[in-house]
Design a binder for this molecule. Structure first.
Ligand SMILES: Nc1ncnc2c1ncn2[C@@H]1O[C@H](COP(=O)(O)OP(=O)(O)OP(=O)(O)O)[C@@H](O)[C@H]1O
Ligand SMILES: [Mg+2]
Length: 208
């Protein structure tokens, strides 16, 4: 089993939206996938609870840093191939615990200067872990100067920008139904955005 951690100390940057999008895209592609909810807020759990029964199963498990290793063993023994860890905001313990067991780390961030500063503040910890790190900009408006500035800022962090996900209602509609944007029944820009992230995840985890 491979483990992907979604990590950012900042709240509201799209961790849960991206976790559910990636986990459901893998499940829909036939890869046994689990979503590990490390956030007491329980947004990923709420998503899984309203996932329609006729959709490919995403195994949901609630966890906390102290039980994470055991919970991951359980998922491995169940035949799960990829576990996606959704982490809470403002918790260094959860962030460190998730990164310690991860094979790769994805950091979603809004493109604003304040958000990028917050992202930069966790990078020393992430880099120290030696794990592959990818950045995903979320809720972006394509074609804006702000996005170009954000992309340049990430370039100067010397980390891969895995994707830029547009600010689109389909992310919210899908999440409210327990679905991923790739499962919304028609091709739209969000599908390509999620698929680009999944390609990075697959190629990075394959090399681990
Ligand atoms: N690409 C997007 N387009 C539009 N809305 C989005 C997008 N990504 C996330 N959102 C919305 O932004 C809000 C925050 O997203 P989300 O809950 O995924 O962030 P989070 O980092 O998990 O938050 P928290 O730190 O509270 O756990 C939600 O209302 C979500 O629906
Ligand atoms: Mg969340």
């Amino acid at each position: 089993m491979r483990v992907l951690a979604l990590a950012n100390r900042k709240g509201g940057c799209g961790k849960t939206t991206l976790s559910t999008a990636v986990a459901s895209a893998f499940a829909a592609g036939g890869v046994p996938a689990a979503l590990v909810d490390l956030d007491p807020q329980g947004s990923a759990t709420a998503w899984a609870e309203c996932r329609p029964a006729d959709r490919p199963k995403v195994r949901l498990i609630r966890s906390r840093p102290a039980s994470l290793a055991d919970d991951l063993w359980r998922l491995t023994s169940e035949g799960i191939v990829i576990a996606v860890l959704d982490t809470p905001p403002h918790s260094d313990a959860a962030l460190a615990g998730a990164v310690a067991v991860a094979d790769a780390v994805l950091c979603p961030s809004l493109p604003s200067a304040f958000d990028l500063l917050a992202l930069a503040s966790i990078l020393p910890t992430l880099r120290q872990s030696g794990r592959p790190i990818g950045i995903v900009l979320t809720s972006v408006t394509h074609g804006t100067v702000g996005l170009r500035d954000a992309e340049a800022a990430i370039g100067s962090m010397d980390l891969p920008l895995v994707g830029s996900m547009g600010r689109r209602m389909v992310y919210q509609y899908a999440a409210a139904k327990g679905l991923g944007p790739t499962e919304m029944g028609r091709r739209h820009e969000a599908v390509a955005e999620v698929e680009a992230v999944c390609r990075w995840v697959m190629s990075t985890l394959e090399g681990r």
